[in-house]
Design a protein around this ligand. Structure first.
Ligand code: WQD
Length: 327
């Protein structure tokens, strides 16, 4: 099939592009390279350097019928994702995430693209009321970022009803790791997520890891999360596209490993795997952090036959270290 990947040069987008190429699809990446990287582009994929806020350019890309008669599916991963920043600069998230998505949806309609795979987030749920979090869990985002993802899911529902766009909203839990075959090396700039912070400490870019609280109601007192390998996420996008195109139905699913891992467990595994000391200091809790967050991915399993295969602790750290050790 012919796939347009908006945000395909970013961390998750580039893994998704690789997966679609591996499955023999033809891929066009549309990205403004604001956080995406040229080194994340593949020679087999066509690249359009464009911005989702420029509707003319976006619609030109989405309506291009020169190759294979137009696009069969669009994957949307073009969003800002810094939770803290979204609380101090919501305008930036309104414009890029909301306005940008409306442009993408309208361009998809114009281009007659019927399948739409959207990169959503566990941030739509907010503080967990029960665990594991399934799709029926109430959605009360605690951040403006999470609110933008939830609103986009609602727009998708309307475009399904009114315009026949079949979507898959994929609610990722904590995405981590790098391509299991070692083909992707583009590092995120100024990462704030735990595993990249630990990797930067192992490389000496940072002096220490700050552990945000060790007095949570968890086995070792540190925060527990559901880390899902980016290669598993990439596979889920391809399966979701198969699902929406074959069943002519939209779906919203959680993507997680269904395993909780604590901050300390990750630090310790990283010390073992990298052989580096990785100094860590306990500091105060970070505002808004729940003690524990784990997913139920039963729905993704039942509907897509997807299960995380690469999301065990060692694979998350080993594939990350393979990239960081060489910088
Ligand atoms: C993981 C754990 C921290 C950094 C975020 C977004 C969420 C989703 C995924 C996009 C927590 C602890 C972290 C550090 C630490 N994003 N930690 N020291 O907050 O679970 O989820 O990314 O959709 O919406 O909120 O991820 O990697 O920041 O934190 O101790 O320097 O590591 O407290 O327990 P988080 P994270």
């Amino acid at each position: 099939m012919n796939i347009l990947i908006v945000g395909g040069a970013g961390y998750i987008g580039s893994h998704v592009a690789r997966e679609f190429l591996d499955r023999g699809h033809s891929v066009t990446v549309f990205d403004n390279l604001s956080s995406g990287k040229r080194e994340n582009l593949f020679p087999e994929a066509k690249f359009i350097h464009g911005d989702i806020l420029d509707y003319t350019g976006l619609s030109r890309a989405a309506t291009d019928r020169r190759s294979a008669g137009g696009f069969d599916a669009l994957v949307h991963l073009a969003a800002f994702k810094a939770v803290g920043e979204s609380m101090v600069n919501p305008e930036k998230y309104s414009v890029n995430n909301i306005n940008g998505t409306i442009n993408i949806l309208n361009a998809a309609v114009e281009g007659g693209i019927k399948n739409f795979i959207f990169s959503s987030s566990a941030a739509v749920f907010g503080r967990p009321e029960y665990l594991p979090v399934d799709e029926a869990h109430p959605t009360n985002p605690e951040s403006y970022y999470g609110f933008t993802k939830l609103e986009i899911e609602r727009f998708l529902g309307w475009y399904d009803k009114l315009k026949g766009i079949r979507f898959a909203a994929l609610r990722y839990f904590n995405a981590a790791g790098y391509d299991v075959k070692g083909r992707l090396k583009g590092l995120e700039s100024n990462p704030a997520n735990l595993i990249p912070v630990i990797m930067e400490t192992a490389c000496g870019i940072r002096k220490e890891v700050q552990i945000f609280g060790n007095d949570y109601d968890t086995p070792d007192g540190t925060g527990v999360r559901d880390y899902v390998h980016v290669s598993d996420l990439a596979i889920a996008h391809a399966m979701a596209m198969d699902y929406t195109s074959k069943n002519d139905k939209s779906i919203t699913v959680n993507l997680g490993s269904e395993t909780g891992i604590s901050v300390l467990e990750i630090v310790e595994a990283a010390r073992r795997i990298t052989g580096k000391p990785i100094p860590a200091t306990i500091v105060g809790r970070r505002a808004g952090d729940p003690a524990k967050l784990t997913a139920s991915s039963k729905k993704a399993h039942d509907l897509l036959n997807w299960t995380a295969q690469y999301s065990d602790l060692d694979m998350l750290i080993k594939t990350s270290w393979e990239v960081y050790r060489n910088i």
